[in-house]
Design a protein around this ligand. Structure first.
Ligand code: UDX
Length: 427
């Protein structure tokens, strides 16, 4: 099939290249000239494992353009995979989805055949039908489900393993209204061996929010129990190993520590809370899930103060800045509140991350410009005896922490074994 994908961020690129791998031809549309050029040179504009190899291997099967007309007129299906960032108040900003819908609508004017538009971006229930549909109709002068198809197909891609998640998902959720659109999407996803759940459009939108909110809840719940375990001298990792063996619960996403970050969980939980309040609901659990997560990183500093009561003038080493290992993404990383607090307490910070140092400096200039960046993890260890572990990069397992005070937010076994003083946040 011929597919176009609007937005070549991490979801758009991975989805598009996934469809290429499944035998389709793909046109990426992006407003960013730099990204368009890079994609056309088979260079991924973001880092994601396996993407570069795939782009090199399938050169010629995809291309990128800034021109919506070119993309829409030369494809049967268009995926909208633009960002839906959080506003200051937690509500979701739809400006990119809206401009994509308008531009697709304009391009559709010139198209005679039935074209399917699929919302892949994470949007709140109702958005596809109440925002995207009227914009496409107004700008194209055409009628949804008669002249063009519309669907919502959420992504469940984890950064770092996104291509694997695309090709081997636990499920594919397809929210549709008309039979023709359903058939197009079923055909496109046919090679994927996973249960396909067909729902109406707003149910598909909600499945995405409920999934992410549940995973975030699972971690915050584990962290709350973990904090209790810590006070009682119990290892919460052992506890959740035991809990997870119950097949009704499952062992995944039970790693206690300093909480969750990233581009999805914080944004989606906040947006769902906002939406619930707007319609007169009081989402008690979701609010608590967020609050536990906001407090959790600061526990690392409290534990540090047990061993180093006065942080003024002390040099503290921070290992890890990315929100999780395997990525250069620092969005909502736990490193930010931790380093901010350290600086407020008058500490000097020397940090190292194998991939995310540049992004951290750029994304959080208020603290990112006030710290020192090391060239390697051993340079951090050479510079100070006080170490905080924020991201569980594999290479931190290879270090010798002898003589160090280590407060660990992620459970790096080497530190646990070799440090002079070792404190785990929930164990
Ligand atoms: C998440 C969802 O997993 C994915 O389905 C969705 O589409 C996008 O959001 P991602 O943000 O890439 O993916 O990261 P994920 O691996 O889910 O981790 C999120 C955060 O939770 C990280 O900060 C991680 O450190 C933390 N985490 C995860 C824990 O603290 N404990 C766990 O047991 C698992």
């Amino acid at each position: 099939m011929k597919v176009s994908v609007v937005g070549s961020g991490y979801v758009g690129l991975v989805t598009g290249m996934g469809f290429v791998k499944l035998g389709n031809e793909v046109i990426f549309v992006d407003v960013d000239e730099r990204k368009v050029k890079m994609i056309n040179n088979a260079e991924p504009p973001i880092y994601e494992k396996g993407l570069e190899e795939l782009m090199k291997e399938f050169r010629g099967k995809y291309r990128a353009t800034k021109d919506y007309h070119e993309a829409v007129l030369n494809s049967d299906v268009t995926f909208i995979a633009v960002g839906t960032p959080s506003r200051e108040d937690g509500s979701i900003d739809l400006k990119y989805v809206e401009s994509a819908a308008k531009a697709i609508g304009e391009a559709l004017k010139e198209k005679d055949s039935y074209h399917v538009i699929v919302v892949k971006s994470t949007v709140l229930p109702g958005t596809t039908e109440e925002v995207v549909k009227p914009l496409i109709e107004d700008h194209s002068g055409k009628k949804a489900f008669r002249d063009f198809g519309l669907a919502m197909n959420p992504e469940f891609l984890r950064e770092g393993v996104a291509l694997r998640d695309f090709l081997n998902p636990d499920r594919v959720v397809i929210g549709v209204q008309d039979e023709r659109t359903k058939q197009v999407l079923e055909k496109l996803y046919k090679p994927i061996k996973a249960p396909k759940l067909i729902t109406d459009i707003k149910t598909a939108e909600m499945i995405k929010y409920a999934s992410n909110a549940f995973l975030a809840t699972k971690i915050s719940f584990a962290n709350e129990i973990g904090n209790i375990c810590k006070k009682l001298g119990i290892d919460s990792w052992k506890v959740f190993e035991g809990v997870g063996l119950d097949h009704r619960i499952s062992p995944h996403f039970f790693r206690t520590g300093i909480g969750w970050g990233g581009s999805c969980f914080p944004k989606d939980v906040k947006a769902l809370i906002k939406k619930a309040e707007e319609i007169g609901e009081e989402p008690l659990i979701l609010k608590a899930v967020l609050e536990v997560n906001e407090r959790q990183p600061l526990r690392l500093i409290e534990l540090l103060k047990k061993h180093v009561p006065e942080l003024e003038g002390k040099t503290v080493g921070v290992l890890g800045l990315a929100f999780k290992p395997g990525t250069d993404d620092v969005r909502e990383t736990r490193a930010y509140p931790i380093i901010k607090k350290l600086l407020e307490e008058g500490a000097r910070v020397i940090a190292y991350d194998p991939r995310a140092m540049e992004n951290f400096r750029r994304f959080y200039p208020d603290v990112g410009e006030k710290i020192t960046y090391a060239n390697s993890s051993s340079e951090v260890l050479d510079a100070t005896d006080v170490i905080l572990i924020v991201t569980e990069w594999k290479e931190f397992e290879e270090l010798d922490y002898s003589g160090k005070i280590v407060v660990d937010g992620r459970r790096v076994k080497a530190a646990e074994k070799t440090a002079k003083i070792y404190e785990g946040v929930c164990w």
